[in-house]
Design a protein around this ligand. Structure first.
Ligand SMILES: Cc1ncc(COP(=O)(O)O)c(C=O)c1O
Length: 384
């Protein structure tokens, strides 16, 4: 268990921020690194050609550790949707085949596939929501993985319920079928250990602004070696093999830089965001992702227990990811809930029929008690 790390964050004592799945707070050292990075643009004569590459390579090296991958397999992207669009641009699909997605999957991992199937006479195959009691997304996915599936486009953790998918088993089943596996890890990477060696995905993307504790508009894309000769979404100068020689950029070349670098977004050497993202990821690695998962998991289990005594139910681990708690009850959640909690400076999300509670290592037991006090009032019929 990690001790509380609130001192590294600028979170006032009276704020109970339990909403990392919405957006994590940027830790002080990452804010400092980003601010210093932004300030460099005031004196561009100090920015050398080499620095267009060093920051990006550091990002790749650090990011790769969250996936148990090599740095050469990591592309720098601005968003999850960009990574999914890159996969959709490269993985082939034929008429009559299908792309597997979960029911109510996050739109960034839905729309690109909707377009792909429309353009190719294929179809979307939606994995139905598993029954309330079992909440077993893995069984539901395995059941839907039939010969027509060309691509399984899935998360590690379902974004509203916290339902956890066993990606090792799903990866195995995909390989047996010859289906590609494309993952959106935005709601899990940094909070749940993951290894490309075990899962063997074709592509895996994560936006950094949630569980990687990074800034907005930065993400990472893992590209398996077999796809690294593919076509990027953009053609920009820095992806090309000759980019390091600024004086020869117009000696146009067909060759790209090595590995997944060809899929990098334009202006990927962002001097403000890169240092902030790297600093946050380094801190997470120092804490260790397994430790983060365990620490936040304990807090969520305590909250689940206290909420259960008030009539709120949550799926149990291991079918629920430890960092994610979705509380439901028989009666509807009052629509004034977010407003009421906001007045108390307790921050959670309401997604569908659940209250989504997603703490991190900056949360204290008092934060949890304040949420439970609010739930007690709701259970007692008061929203005041
Ligand atoms: C599962 C999931 N994927 C991706 C995103 C963000 O997508 P994008 O980076 O395309 O804005 C979110 C944001 O809530 C999410 O919950």
């Amino acid at each position: 268990m990690l001790p509380c790390q609130r001192h590294l964050f600028d979170i006032p004592d009276n704020v109970a921020y339990l909403n990392c799945a919405y957006m994590s707070p940027l830790m002080k050292p990452a804010l400092e690194a980003g601010t210093a990075g932004l300030a460099r643009k005031a004196h561009p004569w100090h920015i050398t050609a080499d620095q267009f590459f060093t920051g990006s390579e550091e990002f790749r090296t650090v990011a790769a550790r969250f996936l148990d991958a090599s740095a050469a397999c990591i592309a720098i992207v601005p968003s999850a949707s960009y990574g999914i669009a890159t996969a959709a641009r490269n993985v082939p699909i034929k008429k009559g085949q299908s792309v597997l997605v979960l029911d109510e999957q996050f739109p960034s991992n839905y729309y690109p596939w909707q377009r792909l199937v429309e353009e190719n006479g294929a179809s979307l195959k939606i994995v139905p929501w598993p029954g309330d009691e079992d909440n077993d997304w893995t069984a539901a996915v395995l059941n839907a993985l039939t010969a027509d599936v060309a691509i399984a486009a899935l998360p590690h953790v379902q974004w509203t319920s916290g339902g956890r998918l066993d990606l090792v088993r799903i990866g195995e089943a995909c390989r047996k079928l010859g289906a590609a596996l494309v993952l959106d890890l935005t709601q899990s990477l940094g909070a749940l250990p993951f290894s490309v060696r075990d899962v063997q995905p074709d592509f895996a993307v994560a936006a950094s602004y949630k569980w990687l504790l990074g800034p907005y508009s930065v993400g990472l894309l893992y590209v398996a070696p077999k796809w690294q000769g593919g076509i990027p979404l953009e053609e920009n100068w820095i992806q090309r093999a000759n980019a390091r020689d600024f004086s020869s950029l117009i000696l146009y070349t067909e060759d790209y830089d090595e590995g997944a670098r060809r899929f990098d977004m334009g202006e990927r050497s962002n001097f403000a965001l890169m240092p902030a993202a790297v600093r946050a990821m380094k801190q997470l690695l120092e804490w260790d992702v397994a430790q983060v998962s365990q620490t936040v998991g304990v807090l969520n289990r305590q909250l689940a227990e206290a909420a259960a005594s008030l009539g709120f139910i949550a799926p149990a681990e291991p079918l629920r990811a430890p960092h994610y708690l979705a509380l439901r009850r028989k009666e509807a959640i009052p629509k004034e809930l977010p407003e009421m909690l906001g007045k108390e400076k307790v921050f959670v999300s309401v997604r569908g029929s659940s209250i989504r509670v997603t703490p991190h290592v900056y949360n204290t037991s008092e934060d949890g008690e304040r949420l439970i006090a609010c739930l007690r009032r709701i259970a007692g019929g008061s929203t005041a």
